[in-house]
Design a protein around this ligand. Structure first.
Ligand SMILES: [Fe+2]
Length: 290
């Protein structure tokens, strides 16, 4: 698109165009994306009209986010997660037919090396917490079992902490496991009922949102990744239907079909909980499993 020389003179009215014009006739998607980002940023500045000091604080915040990120902690991802950006990107990229289990974000506590465990074994290596029985089935959209599907699970403990957050307090791989569905698509294991937890609020992102009165809570949930040859991989949560704070998940993962009741049962003379789950997989398009 050709632009007259007047449009290139930087002013409040022309600021975004003045930026975009410098890409000349570039049709690169990066150029188009950058132009759009800058256009939205200029619109925001024009709407809120920050002082130079206020703008400096914005830059200081972003600087702090970078400084708080290292190989163990990713504050940028936290910013993306807590603003709903991660959930939106997931939603756009993994839209599934009605009846299929939706994807949600994987979150920061996933480990790729969860140990393989036997059917009906316990993933609670320290046994601390109220016993939970998980019984599930993996099926396709026609309700047919997906035999041999791999189910990876990971969850917080009864205090709301993941094993890799407390390497000195919890056994390695506590509350993690990899299971294989049988010929009927069934799987099952024992665990403990997880607690909800707060996302980190000791860094710049959590502090900013908490100071603004924004809830940083995650309702109690189990994480799952389900893989099977020829099917799209599912990465999702199952939420404890009894958690009173389901409506304010800080990471925007709650979908009605992912909320399941945790029912009281008796297990070997002890009070326990039971949750039943069905994962519905979608056949992968050629060359795509995700
Ligand atoms: Fe989690």
């Amino acid at each position: 698109m050709s632009r007259g020389v007047d449009a290139l003179i930087f002013s409040e009215a022309t600021s975004a165009d003045a930026f975009a014009a410098r890409f000349a006739a570039s049709d690169e998607s990066t150029a188009r994306l950058l132009s759009a980002v800058v256009c939205h940023m200029h619109d925001l500045i024009k709407e809120f009209r920050p002082s130079q000091d206020q703008w400096r604080k914005v830059i200081d915040f972003l600087t702090d986010v970078g400084h708080a990120s290292d190989e163990r902690r990713q504050e940028w991802v936290l910013l993306s997660d807590l603003t709903g950006a991660s959930a939106l990107v997931e939603e756009i990229n993994s839209r599934r037919p009605k009846g299929a289990t939706p994807n949600t974000i994987r979150g920061p506590f996933f480990r790729t090396d969860a140990p393989e465990r036997k059917r009906d074994s316990s993933i609670s290596l320290d046994g601390v917490g109220e016993p939970l029985l998980v019984a599930g089935r993996v099926v396709d959209l026609d309700g047919e079992p997906v035999a041999g599907a791999e189910i990876i699970t990971w969850q917080a403990n009864a205090q709301g902490y993941y094993e890799n957050q407390q390497p000195d307090l919890q056994p390695e791989f506590n509350l993690r496991g990899l299971f294989q569905a049988d010929a009927a698509g069934r799987f099952g294991y024992r665990s403990v009922r997880p607690a909800g937890y707060s996302v980190p609020h000791d860094g710049p992102v959590g502090r900013l949102l908490a100071d603004a009165g924004y809830p940083l809570h995650r309702p109690a949930h189990l994480h799952f990744q389900i893989r099977a040859a020829g099917f799209e991989t599912i990465t999702t949560h199952i939420y404890d239907g009894g958690d009173p704070r389901l409506g304010e998940d800080a990471l925007f993962g709650v979908r009605p079909e992912l909320v399941r009741p945790f029912e009281p049962v008796e297990l070997e003379g002890q009070a326990a909980w039971r949750v039943t789950i069905e994962f519905v997989m979608v056949r992968a398009k050629p060359g795509r499993t995700r």
